[in-house]
Structures are given as C-alpha cells and as structure tokens.
Design a protein around this ligand. Sequence first.
Ligand code: GFB
Length: 419
Amino acid sequence: MDNCNKTLLIILTLLITFQRATCTQETCREGRRNDERYLLYDVNPGEGFNLRRDVYIRVANLIRKLNDVDNWVLVLPPWGNLYHWQNVRPGLYVPWKNFFDVESLNKWIPVTEFNDYLKTEGATVGSTYVLQNYAEGWGGKWEEKYDKRPCIERHNFEQRDDGSWSGQMWATKVKTDNFTCLSIQGQAATLLPLIQRDLTSRSVFIGRAETILHDEYGGKWYWAARRSMRFARHLREEATRFRRDYLGSDDKQDKTEVKDDWRDTKPKRGAAVGGPYIAVHLRRKDFVRARGDEVPSLKKAAQQIKKLLQNENLTSVFIATDAPVMELQELESLLPGYKVVHYKPSTDFLHKWGDGGVAIVDQIICTHARLFTGSYESTFSFRIQEEREILGFEERRTFNRLCGKKSNCDQPAKWRIIY
Ligand code: GFB
C-alpha cells in the first residue's frame, strides 16, 4: 500500500470511529450498517415483569458475546398482557421507552424497539427457535447441549403453503422462513454456535428465552447489563416528587445522587444514607396462597415493621404492595402512631404509564429508603435489592425480608455488586 492509500485508510477509520462515538441512539440506528443482524426474543407469557427484566440480562450478554465477531442488535420485546397488570387493555403493547432509559441500555449493547425493527425490516424474521426443555428431563447428568426436537408445547406458528411459517409476535403477524423447536440445557452462551452458524438469516427470534440460564449470575457482566437498565426519566421524576412531598427525602440529603451515565456511577459501599423512612415490599395476592408459610399475616407483618422502625429510630414506613385496599387499611390500623405511606398514582399517570409504571415508582421509592425489607423469593423485591446495591447502601439495610410463620427465618442471599 502506498503512502497516499495509507493516509486515506487512516482518515476513513478515524471517520467511522468518530461517527460511532458521537451518534445518539436515533442517529446510530439511522446510520445502520448493512451487516447489522437482529436478535428478537420473548418470554413465557405467564412470567411477571421482574423475571422478564432478568431474562433481558441473559440475552443482553449473549449479544455482547455475539458482537465479538458480528454486529448484532437486540430487539426489545414490547410489554403487555402481563398476568398481574389489571389496568392494561388486552392486546395493547408498549415500548421499553415507557419504562426504561433506552439510551442507557444502548451504552451496553445495541438495542432497538420492536416498532423500529418493523419499520426497517418489515414483519419478517429469518429463523425462529422456540426453546424448550428435553422431554425426557435432564437425566441426572448436566451437560450443555441443544437439539432440534418435536415441539412439546403448543405454539402460535403455522406453516404456510410456500413452506414458510407465520406467527403472532406481540400484536403483529410475522413471517419466518425457518421454524424449529429446540430442546436446550444450558446458558445463554450455549446458543452461540447455533446463532453464529445460521448465516442465512439476518434476523433470529428466540421464543421462551427464559429457558436459558445466565452465563455468570451475579458476576461483572451481569452487573454491567443490570446497571444499564436505568428507569425512564418520567418515572424517576414521579418518584422524586413523591419522596420529597410525602417522605422528606431527596438525593442530596440522602446521599443517593448518581452520575448521568451509569458507567461513571460507582459509589463506595455505605455511602448511601437513604431517606428518613423504612420501606417494605409486602407481596400478597397469589403469594398468600402459593407461599403461605413464608408470607406473614398482616398482624405479624405489622409487628415486624414496628420493630424495624424502633431499631432505626424512625416513624415513617413506606409500603409497596399488590394487596387489596382493605388489607392495606388493616395494616395501617395495626400501626397506630406511625406514619404509613403508600403511593397512589393520579388517574392521568395510571392512564399514561399503566400498572408497570406504578410498580416501578414503588420500586424506586423503596430503593431510596434508609432500610428495606422485602418478601420471600419475590423478583420484585430482588430487583429493589439490586437497585440499592447500585446506589451503595450498607448490606444490612438491604438484604432483609419479612418472616412468615417462622420468626427468625433465613434472610435473602446477599448478591453484592461487582464492577
Ligand atoms: O414482578 P413480578 O414478577 O414479581 O410479579 P414476583 C408481580 C407483579 O405484581 C409486579 C405487581 O410486576 C406488579 O405488577 N406487584 C407486586 C406490585 N408487588 C407490587 C407492589 O409492591 N407494588 C405494585 N405497584 N405492584 C412472581 C410472578 O411475582 O411470582 C409469577 O410474576 C409467579 O407469575 C411467581 O407467580 C411465583 O416475583 O413477586
């Protein structure tokens, strides 16, 4: 290569690097590269919001690994029709930007909303793999593997006359050239060879993605993806207003200020103080039936809350709960002399952001409390614990849960943040 060509090559490389470093989410997507490939995924319809957030981390880290050699974009599965959401019109799906700061997600891996994918790629996906376990079970010997197998469960894809398939993805009928049910035993990275070898497909859909495990639950990559999942600004602002107006809490005084970019936010453990209240996540409804021994009666819950308030020398308790109003009123009557605070959204807020938005505001308020206690094995509580790890609270103020029948019950495992 002569000197002139060398100089041209250097200028070109610099230009590409500059464009990648400066583009925003929108302009990056506009300036898409031809070699971009898309990974779509979905989760079992029965799973709740907070397990879905966990599945995102598994798939996000799969994209990270795929992008060592290729150029994959993760398509964010729209939210809707969740079992626990009572105020959502059936058939209505909302984008991730309603709940999350999509620019923050993009700082970890390239992501795009499903609607934007439809605009550029159309209602079509190259290959579809619906994950399932092995019909015969795992046979006592753990090995990572996957195999094409007959479908075990009903799915919503059907073959067309031309040999291709069509299926419902959220509210859209999508055509897919190849359809396979895939029995799998393993983690996200187990899928790497399958996806890398599928060279004919520009896009791949993975159904029932919760079937794959984390590559390294609780490790450095887990936490990086987790930290990128910042909530949308409008939800953070609603929680900030509520904390200020009803709980005398603000970030400066509580020492919970964060940097604009999650990558620059690494507080020292114990730096966060939290607002002058304790927060309780009291999971009721299906948990009362399904986890009877581990869910306290309201009387027992009130006794534990009183004790925590006395230990912390505080008088305000914030209750996040899915309990019916009657139960909440009963709990309040069992805590005379204390300030019991509960977040009730305006009609406008509920209309705009739905049950998902309300639940996130509840989670943010719990995250900022001086001390938090949650419910046994609730992913809703787990996600709050993680947010508190990100803010830098002392462990003893975070990893707590209410006891059911047995007082002195085992407390939650401490999944500490790793950078
Ligand atoms: O998020 P999630 O999977 O947590 O499901 P679990 C619970 C849903 O109930 C939340 C609502 O996404 C909310 O919509 N919810 C629960 C709450 N607690 C609160 C709260 O304090 N405030 C508000 N606003 N909403 C899983 C279920 O629940 O437990 C699975 O999703 C299954 O279907 C499993 O039942 C056993 O992990 O608590």
